[in-house]
Each structure stands twice: as structure tokens, then as C-alpha cells.
Design a protein around this ligand. Sequence first.
Ligand SMILES: Cc1cc2nc3c(=O)[nH]c(=O)nc-3n(C[C@H](O)[C@H](O)[C@H](O)COP(=O)(O)O)c2cc1C
Length: 376
Amino acid sequence: MKTIFSHILFTITCIGMIACQNKETNAMSCTNNQSTSKNQTLIVYYSYTNNTEEIVTDLKNLIDADIIEIEPADKNLNYEANNYRIGTEQLNKIKNNPNDENSYPAIDPIEIDLSKYNTIIIATPLWWSQMASNMQTFLFEYGKEMAGKNIGLIVSSHSSGISGVEADAKRLIPEGNFFSQSLWINNSRHSQRKELLKQWLEDVDYASLQTETVSTMYITVNNHNMIVDLENNSSTKALVALLQESAITYEAHDYGDFEKVGEFGYTLPQNNEQITTEPGDLILYQGNQICIYYGVNSWNFTRLGKIRDTDSNKLKNMLGNGNIQVTLSLEQPNAINNLYVPHSTNTGTYNITGQQLKQAPTQGIYIENGIKKYKK
Ligand SMILES: Cc1cc2nc3c(=O)[nH]c(=O)nc-3n(C[C@H](O)[C@H](O)[C@H](O)COP(=O)(O)O)c2cc1C
């Protein structure tokens, strides 16, 4: 079996988010810097003769990122010997059977949680107009997990053009959201790498990739997870900044037979307007209380968002009577342990977040007539 390895050189944490650890004052200051991003970048590189490593060293001075280096399991291979014979053999093996993991050379083990990165930059040498085989091994393992992420590609070659490496990247990361252009640094431009990197980051508008707005969060009550589509205002931006630090749990009680309300321990900026609520509305009241509406009320307050696919009955079933613990979070809580099992009188088919389905899914976990089921 293949072995894989890496070492993480360093991690830089978003300083703007640390400012949100304390309560009221800092929640407000996060509003000012519009810190709603889940803006972690990972740089993954492989380098045999250190050109790519030099490029990555300069890149890490320009952006905040975690870095992983890919290392071949066999440290004694001379890829350049005999007219690059080993590299040629490895690449031919991949070319002949790209879907077989045994085609890819062994690399040292990597423990990496890709879920925290929205952007991944791959830096690799070009070998025989293809992506160096050791980097291909890593992407064969992890490329499918990169679906939907922003993917940047930097290629170092002696002189050959990089279209073959781009094709390899797209094959191995089939659902990556690739930057508008890759960065090719050939031997004659290697000494200008700092300027080339700066220009590339500008050309692909790297800064705007890093301010992706968070548009959903989760509410968990009585082990039921609900998805909230967030409003885009300074109140939600400050709330998201707090939730990027950690989930928030607070106690809520019934009020007026139309809401569960509770102080959640922070004060957010208000964007009050006259609102007539609907079931599922998530409302900020006086800046420091969050209300989950299952009924109708008219007042001057701030809309934070709307719980997806719900109605008054479903919400009342989920929220129950009396005081409850409400947890707000950005990541989906462990859905399998927190299955929403509809009220026993509810018939029908539901997914694990409690959304009603027209029919059972062909795969995965679902709930039918109150019974949890699983299809392979
Ligand atoms: C096995 C192998 C094959 C290579 N094939 C090519 C090639 O086809 N065209 C090219 O311009 N450079 C080729 N190179 C040179 C590398 O792409 C170039 O030196 C690159 O800068 C190496 O990056 P590194 O120092 O990070 O390993 C090859 C290098 C090796 C080891």
C-alpha cells in the first residue's frame, strides 16, 4: 500500500478574527473590517531541485497561508539520471492507467483537513510537459475533496509550456473552481518570480477571493439542525465574525406565542426596520437578543435571516415548549448524531436536516415515517 507524508511549515491565523474573541466592543469592530470571510488558503507544493520551493517561499511572504510540502516516499530517486528515465516511467504509468491508484508513485503520509480552506494553490514542477508525478499522487488522493474550492496553479518548468499540467490539474480536481489564469514561471523568468507572483495575485483578483461572504449558518435545537439563509447586513457580518471564532449557545424562552427569544451574550449592530414576521424569520431584537419566529408579529427590529424549508408546525415541533438551548454555528453540526426525527405524527420522507423530500434518496441517510434509514 502506498504511503504518504508531509510537513506543515507554518500556519498563520487570521489576525482580524482574533479581534473578535471578546464580547461587545470587538463584535462591533469586526463590523468595520467586514470580516465575514472563511478565507484560509493552503499552498501545496512539490519541488525536486528547489525552484518551486523558492517560488513558494516568496509567495508565503505575499499571502497568509498554510503550507504543505509533498515528499516522495523513496528519497533516493535521481529523477534526472539516464535522460530523466524514472520521471518518464512514472508519468507513462499514470498516463496508461490514470484511474488506478497503483499507477501513482508513493509519497509520504499527509494528514490534512481541507474543509477549512476555501482556496488551494498548487505549485509544481513540469515534467515532460505534465504535472510532476509526486504532485499527481497527492491530487489523486485529495483532488475530489477540493470540489467547489478556488484552485490556483503555479508551474515551474525549464522552458516548456504548461497546458499539459493544466489538463492534469483539471483531471485530478474535476470540480475545482480554477483561477482565471495559471502562473507559469520558466527558467528564464525564475529570477523575476517575486514580481510575477505579485502581478498574478492581482490579475486573478486574489484579494476578492478572500472576502467571500458567508451566506448561511446553522441553528441546532433539541438535536435538530436547521439551515439559515443570512441577510447581508452589518448585523450578520458581526455575527458571522463571532461564529468564526466558535459556536454560540444561549437559552431561549417563548414569548407572545410567536417566538423563542433569548439573550445570546453579545451585542450586534442593529439595522432596524418595520417588519411583519413569518415563521422561520430569525430576528435581532435590541441588538442583544435573538428571536426564532414561529408566528406573526410586527415590530421595528433587524432581520438576521430565514430558516430554510420550514413552517409554523414544523418549527413548533422542533422547538418544543418552554426554555430551550439554541446553538448557532457556521459548520454543520455532526448531522448523523443530531438526526432530525420528525414528530411521530408526521409521515413522509425527510433528509437529516429535517427537509421534506418528495421521495427517498437513492443513497445516504434519510428518515421515513419517523424511522431513520440508510441506503448504500
Ligand atoms: C523528470 C523531469 C522532467 C522534466 N521535463 C521537462 C520538460 O519536459 N520541459 C521543461 O521545460 N522542463 C522539464 N524539466 C525541468 C523542470 O521542469 C524545471 O527544472 C523545474 O524548474 C523544476 O522544478 P523544481 O526545482 O521545483 O523541481 C524536467 C525535470 C525533470 C526532473
